[in-house]
Design a protein around this ligand. Structure first.
Ligand SMILES: [Zn+2]
Length: 395
């Protein structure tokens, strides 16, 4: 009965159980190959003959938390065409490997549930190097399956986040997300056009990209123009809305000689609509004494108001009016924001047509940081990319 059960376990590998005995801290199953593999692995010829016996011992997935090894009796094979001897392959074990694919998958899965690689290594009594190798190998296999049929999505979000600091330079990675499916699409090292183009040009379907959401960086704008010629750019709402923030902070600093305390700062930056009547009254009283800060505050509120509007035409009209009035302001800070607005006017207004923001991309940036923290930082971008892309979709 028990033997029959074990044979089911081994059937996938076309093996038959002979005996079980203790081995190291687990069990050793002795088995024999049931079918002869009648072909040469080197040249593919079928003119092969058996040339003596041999055996190999490989690690198998543990049973009831006890490690299991398979001692497999098989044949050596002589090929009449290329006149070389080799050993028979076994299903589920790759050539020259000392463990079954099933065991490797098991270890990779453990890496997802246990806190770190050292713990997996200690619990399953395998070396650290083996776990590390198997983990990224399995991640690469999984990612290949997932990305084999992938094309650029029609709606894309682009943003960057910190990767590491080396030799005094800070390295960033650029994240590409599918905003319709809410899925991470690709991760590339660097944020300059040259290195990004090198990494991304091979992915098919760039011409299908219709909309791209970016923060207001001119380098990403240039990248989008080159990489996705048919795409329209949307400036991310969050980044537009906070354009006045540094100027309001600076004005506060000029009044008080230091950075304003958090409470007041938050009140000034918060949307007026969310505040109580009395708080709004307090703000108005405070701003009466500071005309410059007052002006910045009113412009900020004006922008928030526009973002609350529904409909492209209404927003366009209001935004144009605001731009016209801003151009007459005497404040240098206002002029600065005005110039940015003028440069990005179409991109900002496009938000009201399509309604896409980069919120999802920013969220995945946060997740990327978590992935990094969990591994105590990554040195190797390749591994970080594998971890981030292949493991995230099913968490
Ligand atoms: Zn051969």
């Amino acid at each position: 009965m028990l033997e029959a059960h074990f044979n089911v376990f081994l059937r996938e590998n076309k093996l038959k159980l002979l005996s079980i005995r203790s081995f190291k801290n687990g069990k050793l199953w002795e088995c024999i190959k049931t079918e002869f593999f009648g072909a040469c692995l080197k040249c593919g010829s079928t003119k092969v003959v058996k040339a003596g016996k041999c055996s190999t011992t490989v690690r198998e997935e543990p049973l009831r938390e006890k490690p299991v090894w398979l001692k497999i009796h098989k044949h050596r094979v002589y090929c009449k065409d290329c006149k070389k001897t080799s050993t028979e392959p076994v299903d589920g074990i790759w050539p020259r490997r000392r463990s079954t694919q099933r065991f490797r998958k098991f270890i990779a899965k453990k890496c997802g549930t246990m806190s770190d690689i050292s713990t997996v290594s200690a619990f399953e009594s395998v070396s650290f190097g083996f776990v590390h190798k198997v983990y990224y190998e399995q991640a690469a296999i999984k990612l290949k399956e997932y990305q084999s049929a992938s094309h650029w999505p029609t709606t894309l979000g682009i943003d960057e986040h910190f990767f590491r600091r080396t030799m005094g330079f800070t390295e960033f990675v650029t994240l590409f997300t599918d905003l319709n499916k809410k899925r991470v699409f690709e991760l590339a090292l660097g944020k300059d056009n040259k290195s990004l183009l090198e990494q991304l040009l091979h992915i098919p379907g760039r011409l299908n990209v219709k909309l791209v959401v970016i923060d207001m960086s001119s380098s990403y704008k240039a990248l989008v123009k080159k990489l996705f010629p048919n795409a329209e750019i949307i400036a991310d709402k969050f980044h537009v809305m906070r354009l006045f923030t540094p100027h309001i902070m600076k004005a506060g600093k000029e009044i008080h000689g230091h950075r304003q305390e958090l409470k007041t700062r938050r009140k000034l930056l918060c949307s007026r609509k969310k505040l109580d009547y009395f708080v709004r009254y307090d703000i108005d009283q405070y701003l009466k004494q500071h005309t410059d800060l007052n002006e910045l505050y009113r412009w900020k509120e004006r922008l928030f108001e526009i973002y609350r509007m529904k409909g492209f035409n209404r927003a366009k009209k209001a935004f144009n009016k605001m731009l016209h009035q801003m151009s007459q302001s005497k404040l240098e800070a206002v002029q600065k924001v005005f110039r940015t607005f003028k440069r990005w006017k179409n991109e900002i207004l496009r938000y009201f047509k399509f309604g896409y923001t980069n919120a999802y991309t920013e969220r995945m940036n946060g997740t990327g940081k978590l992935v990094q923290r969990r591994a105590f930082g990554y040195k190797n971008f390749k591994n970080y990319r594998l971890r981030f892309l292949s493991v995230l979709p099913d968490t």
